[in-house]
Structures are given as structure tokens and as C-alpha cells.
Design a protein around this ligand. Structure first.
Ligand code: CYC
Length: 161
């Protein structure tokens, strides 16, 4: 796992160069948004179960949730879904604080698409549920903070599709 600072330094070091203006601009942005990202992480830590519950209510309680024959028709599958959404929220929060997506690649996304395919878990429904969680967090946190987290939730969705 790396963060915005180690990513910039590693990249410069590999080229044997001082930090260039592009790296410095990225780091400036990282430091400028630092307080916002930490406050956002604190609110998410306090509200995580509610965020997941609301996201499930928005996306799954309707069409898919209770129908036999869909991926969500047993209590076990429903629990797996809630658990997966909680994973996504927690790891997206880590990535937001780090300002870097590598923790998502290493701990969450590695082999996930294949696992979902082999278990018959719908990628479309999963992406829909993650987008609902983005909506719920933006409602709770406000546009600016929701956006800080939202790009990492989008990163998960993009990797799954
Ligand atoms: C299953 N989700 C799984 C499995 C894994 C993950 C590995 C298979 C093993 C198991 O059931 O535990 C995901 N595990 C993870 C992730 C990590 C990890 C991300 C990294 C921290 O360790 N089904 C839907 C919903 C969606 C869903 C839309 C919720 C978003 O229809 C999730 N995931 C879902 C379901 C299963 C599952 C239903 C169980 C499938 C089955 O066993 O039939």
C-alpha cells in the first residue's frame, strides 16, 4: 500500500530526479484537502452501519432483494452483500485518507471480478449498490466531502466493469 506522498517520491526516485512541478501540484492538492478528508473519515467511522443500511435500502430492497432466483434471495446472500458494501466503504475511506488507490487494488479488487463471476454475483447490481452508497454518503457529508470519497467508490465500480 502506498499514499500520495510515497507515490510521488517513489516515482521521482525511480527516475533519479527531484520532485517535478506535476508531482508537487498533486502533493499540494493532497495537503490542501487533508483536513476535509480526515473530517470525512471521522463522520464515516461514526455512521458506517447506517450508511450501508441506507445504501441497501436504496438499491436492493426493491427489485432484487427478496425475489427467489436472484442473487439476493437468501439471508446468507443478503448478509454477504451488506458485508461486501461495508468492505467497500471501509477500504474507500482508507484510500481517501491515503490519497491513493493502491490499497483498493491490493486488498479489495485483486481477483474480485472473477470471484463474483464464479459465484454468479451480479456486477450490475453490485455497481448499483456502490453507487447508492455514494449517493447516501454525499447526502450525509455534503457535496465536497462526498466527492472526496466518491471518486474511490467510482474506482471500485470502474474496476469491476
Ligand atoms: C460473496 N464477496 C463474496 C465472496 C467474496 C466477496 C470473496 C465469496 C466468499 C464469501 O462469500 O465470503 C468479497 N471478500 C470480498 C471482498 C473482500 C473480501 C470485497 C475484500 C476485503 O475479503 N450480491 C448482490 C449484491 C452484492 C452481492 C448486489 C452486494 C454489493 O446481489 C454480494 N458477495 C455478494 C453475495 C455473495 C458474495 C450475494 C455470496 C454469493 C454466494 O455465496 O452465493
Amino acid at each position: 500500500m502506498q499514499d500520495a506522498i510515497t507515490a510521488a517520491i517513489t516515482s521521482s526516485d525511480l527516475q533519479g530526479q527531484y520532485l517535478n512541478s506535476e508531482s508537487l501540484a498533486q502533493l499540494e492538492q493532497y495537503f490542501q484537502t487533508g483536513e476535509l478528508r480526515l473530517k470525512t473519515a471521522a463522520v464515516i467511522s461514526d455512521h458506517a452501519p447506517d450508511i450501508v443500511k441506507d445504501a441497501v435500502a436504496h438499491s436492493l430492497a426493491g427489485a432484487n432483494a427478496a425475489k427467489p432466483g436472484t442473487a439476493m434471495h437468501t439471508t446468507r446472500q443478503y448478509a454477504a452483500c451488506v458485508r461486501d458494501l461495508d468492505f467497500y466503504l471501509r477500504y474507500a475511506t482508507y484510500a481517501m485518507v491515503a490519497g491513493d488507490t493502491s490499497i483498493l487494488d491490493e486488498r479489495v479488487l485483486n481477483g474480485l471480478k472473477e470471484t463474483y463471476h464464479s459465484l454468479g454475483v451480479s456486477i450490475t447490481s453490485t455497481v448499483g449498490a456502490i453507487q447508492s452508497m455514494k449517493f447516501v454518503t454525499t447526502e450525509l457529508l455534503g457535496e465536497e466531502a462526498g466527492c472526496e470519497l466518491g471518486c474511490y467508490l467510482d474506482y471500485i465500480c470502474d474496476s469491476l466493469t
